[in-house]
Every structure is written in structure tokens, then in C-alpha cells.
Design a protein around this ligand. Structure first.
Ligand code: NAD
Length: 259
């Protein structure tokens, strides 16, 4: 029970990596509040976890939705110890040269509003409560935060930007709040390609995706969301009290060979 009596808020906690983190945090003794867009999957999580979970429908790219979720979390569970900025969207490896300037601009706003501005807003909305608990923040970044070809330019730029946000916040918020990141490699989830880029990308089936992920990492893993949760548990727990400004890569060894 590494997270006994902790309270966490996880964005995008209703599917993929966020759902796996939520499930594991509850097993480790935490109460978890999640923000998601789909009412249907949010309700499913509520049915499964009952009093251990609070569901918040919202859009992380809107400051007030982050703020409302933080307030609701503290009303329900009394405090906030951990904020996890995990919600994200993908560009489907769309090629810069193929995309029209209009679609480029629309895709830029759409993707960076969620992946980057959503991370800024969530951290800001959680800040005052985290200061009260000497809490911590974890960003879900990516292999695309370090290497090319983990996505197209929109996704890669957004994931690099989150590293800058994490590092500067770790500096500014010390000594009270620790700020870290987990960088998963390619993982089998339903991570969605944003609408403005759909005409420019090939949607691949799950088997093709699994074999392409396997080929890219030295451990040859088609990673599942559950493969990454231990890194979040460690960073969120008091055992990591000396760790801030760090990224745990959970990617089958991309640094050994690149993407
Ligand atoms: P996912 O689609 O299962 O989860 C993303 C969640 O974010 C979904 O629940 C989605 O509805 C939510 N979301 C998206 N936009 C939102 C918004 N505006 N407001 C609120 N919620 C919103 O995919 P996932 O792969 O679990 O993605 C989680 C994180 O992991 C993302 O940040 C992604 O970039 C990162 N990541 C994924 C992979 C991968 O290969 N799947 C690899 C590295 C990093």
C-alpha cells in the first residue's frame, strides 16, 4: 500500500495509461479523482470503483474545468497529494510536407491546446492544494519527448514542451512540491488522432501497431498501459522524496537505440 491515504487527480483517467494508473493507485490505497471527456467511460469507472473514485467530466484545455475538478476532489476527499497531467491526443505521424497551411494551423491549436496548455492549466489549478500537502506533479510525456519519429511535428513538439514545463516547475516549486514525468514508449491504447489531421494519415489496425511498436524497442515489447504504472506509483509515493525534475522512461529501452 505505497499510496495509502493519498489523494490523486488524474487527467484522462478513464482510458489507456490513465485508467491503468487509476486502477493501480486505488489498489495501493489512494483515492483517485479523474477528469475525462466520455461520460460513458467515466460512469464505468464509477461503477467499478465506487467510493474510491470521483469522476469529473471536463476538457483539460479549459482552465475552469481543471479548477472545478480540483475543487470537487478536495470537497470529496479532503485534500490533493498528487496531480497527474496525462490526457493527450496524437497527430498520427502526419507528415509536415503533406499538410496544408490551414490544417497545420488548426492541428497546432487543437493538439497543443490539449497536450501543452492542458498540462499548464492542470498544474496551475492544482498548485494551491499541492502546496498545502507538499504534494507532487507527474506529467505523462513520451519517447517523442526525446527522439524523432514517435509522431509528427505537432506531437513531438508538444511532448518536448512538456519536458520544459516539468523542469522549470521542478525548479520553481521546490522545496515544497516535487515535479517529475513518466515517458512511455509506444503503447497499445486508443490514443486518438486529432480531426484536422485525419485526412493526412493512415489509420493502422491494432496488430500492425503492435508489431511496429515491438520492432522499435530493444526489449521488443508491445507495451500495454499496465507496463508503466509502477513508475507512477514510485514517483507519487513518499519513497521518492529525493526525486524531482526527473523523467522515468518506460519504453523497452529506446535510449539504447533511439526510436
Ligand atoms: P488514451 O486515448 O487511452 O488516453 C488519453 C485520454 O485523454 C483519453 O481518456 C482522452 O479522452 C483524454 N483526453 C484527450 N483530450 C482531452 C481533453 N481535452 N480533456 C480531457 N480529457 C482528454 O491514450 P493513452 O495512450 O493512454 O494516452 C495517455 C497519455 O500517454 C497521453 O499524454 C499520450 O500522449 C501519452 N503517451 C501515449 C503513448 C502511446 O503509444 N499510447 C506513448 C507515449 C505517451
Amino acid at each position: 500500500m505505497a499510496l495509502k491515504d493519498k489523494v490523486a487527480l488524474v487527467t484522462g483517467g478513464n482510458s489507456g495509461i490513465g485508467e491503468a494508473v487509476t486502477r493501480r493507485f486505488i489498489q495501493e490505497g489512494a483515492k483517485v479523482s479523474i477528469i475525462g471527456r466520455s461520460v460513458e467511460t467515466l460512469k464505468k469507472m464509477k461503477e467499478e470503483f465506487g467510493e474510491d473514485i470521483l469522476i469529473n467530466q471536463g476538457d483539460v484545455s479549459k482552465y475552469e474545468d481543471n479548477e472545478k475538478a480540483v475543487q470537487a476532489t478536495v470537497e470529496q476527499f479532503g485534500k490533493l497529494d498528487v496531480f497527474i497531467a496525462n490526457a493527450g491526443v496524437f497527430d498520427g505521424f502526419a507528415k509536415f510536407a503533406d499538410v496544408t497551411p490551414d490544417a497545420l494551423a488548426e492541428a497546432y491549436d487543437f493538439l497543443l491546446d490539449i497536450n501543452v496548455k492542458g498540462s499548464f492549466f492542470g498544474a496551475k489549478a492544482a498548485l494551491a492544494e499541492l502546496q498545502k500537502t507538499n504534494g507532487n506533479i507527474i506529467f505523462t510525456v513520451s519517447g517523442a519527448s526525446f527522439y524523432p519519429d514517435g509522431g509528427g511535428v505537432w506531437y513531438t513538439a508538444s511532448k518536448h514542451a512538456q519536458i520544459g514545463l516539468m523542469r522549470q516547475l521542478a525548479f520553481e516549486l521546490a522545496p515544497n512540491i516535487r515535479v517529475n514525468a513518466v515517458a512511455p514508449g509506444g503503447t497499445l491504447t486508443a490514443l486518438s488522432v486529432i480531426p484536422p489531421l485525419r485526412p493526412f494519415v493512415k489509420i493502422v489496425d491494432n496488430d500492425t501497431k503492435a508489431s511496429s511498436i515491438k520492432k522499435r524497442n530493444p526489449l521488443q515489447l508491445a507495451q500495454m498501459p499496465e507496463d508503466h504504472v509502477a513508475a507512477y506509483v514510485l514517483l507519487a509515493s513518499d519513497e521518492a522524496r529525493a526525486i524531482t525534475g526527473e523523467v522515468i522512461s518506460s519504453d523497452g529501452g529506446l535510449s539504447v537505440r533511439g526510436l
